[in-house]
Design a protein around this ligand. Structure first.
Ligand code: FE
Length: 346
């Protein structure tokens, strides 16, 4: 116990030295939950343009948040980058971000893709978008049956619906958005209907759902677009076979639009290099960075004037996206958690 205490003190002491050293060298400490090779090229480009070196700490979202909590005011983190509004919101309510007021970010990133703003600026900004779509087995399910998220509760789909666990942030965000649109009670009834239609207990990630739809184990499932795009761009025969058997639907085109989510980032609460951190976020909103950043994971840019020309995304065609604010989607995960507990969506 004593040894742990001593090493914690030591770590805190070392961390406290970092801001001073960092200010001398022009560095930026980036805590990122993204892990795509293309991101590295982007960071190199930023360093070339600004002379600011990026120290990147990569880990899963939860591990990064835990690290920030533990480090507290001694944290060397300047920017925290995570995936999904549910996680950004979590970091926000835990006070891990600080507000940023930037004319560049405000003009380039739409308001519904930014975090809480109490007048001092937004606590986080989206830098790429993904959509959560319905996939169906072309041989077993008529696409007319599944044009909306609400349809996943239809009695005709008994024993055909697959999803990952409702407790995963991607599902929490979608269920949270449903609760914003329908009201919590109606959203809960819907969730019970979906659970009643399960082909199997929730398990696996989005790619597993797509593959299970292709084999026919599931008739319909939900996935983020980039998992499907990845399969569409794959040269492996087994992936091509999966793509051939599966159809995709943009849900809710006649109502509020397809649920979208984001990768986003904000300036860490105790950022020792705040100016560099803001500069980095502004860089991520630039045309070239937007193309690189979004294409790295087959996502869409958030800056409306930028077209990333991603072949898989272009093949999916245009769609109407839900414009519900991602800040409220994040907040609604409190309702979503209640809904999955009551409906048994685990
Ligand atoms: Fe993912």
């Amino acid at each position: 116990m004593k040894a742990i205490f001593a090493s914690t003190l030591l770590a805190a002491g070392l961390a406290a030295l970092v801001p001073y050293a960092a200010a001398q060298e022009k560095v930026l400490n980036l805590y990122s939950a993204r892990h795509y090779d293309t991101d590295q090229a982007l960071y190199n480009d930023f360093t070339q343009r600004t002379g600011i070196k990026i120290n990147r700490i990569e880990a899963g979202d939860e591990a990064l948040l835990e690290r920030l909590r533990t480090e507290g005011r001694n944290s060397p983190a300047d920017v925290l980058m995570v995936v999904d509004a549910a996680r950004l919101w979590k970091a926000q309510i835990e006070g891990l971000f600080q507000p940023v007021k930037s004319a560049v970010l405000e003009s380039r990133i739409p308001a519904h893709l930014r975090g809480k703003d109490d007048g001092a600026g937004s606590e986080w900004f989206a830098f790429s978008k993904r959509a959560r779509v319905i996939v169906y087995n072309k041989a077993n399910v008529a696409p007319a049956l599944v044009q909306n998220y609400q349809d996943l509760a239809r009695p005709e789909l008994k024993g055909k619906v697959c999803t990952r666990s409702g407790a995963h942030p991607y599902m929490l965000s979608l269920i949270g958005a449903m609760s914003e649109h329908l009201g919590e009670q109606k959203a809960e009834e819907w969730a019970r209907g979906v659970v009643g239609n399960f082909a199997r207990r929730p398990r696996g990630g989005d790619t597993d759902q797509i593959k299970a739809v292709a084999t026919g184990e599931c008739g319909v499932a939900l996935t983020n677009t980039y998992y499907l795009a990845r399969l569409m761009r794959s040269n492996k025969p087994e992936d091509k076979d999966v793509v051939a058997k599966v159809g995709m639907i943009w849900p809710n085109q006649k109502s509020w639009g397809t649920h979208i989510n984001i990768s986003g980032a904000g300036v860490a609460k105790h950022a020792p290099n705040r100016a560099a951190a803001v500069q980095f976020l502004e860089y991520l909103a630039s045309n070239s960075a937007q193309i690189y950043f979004s294409n790295g994971n087959n996502e869409w840019p958030v800056v409306a004037s930028v077209n990333a020309r991603n072949p898989a995304l272009e093949a999916m065609g245009p769609f109407k996206a839900d414009t519900l604010s991602l800040a409220s989607v994040g907040r609604a995960q409190v309702n979503a958690t209640r809904i999955i507990d009551r409906s048994g969506w685990r």
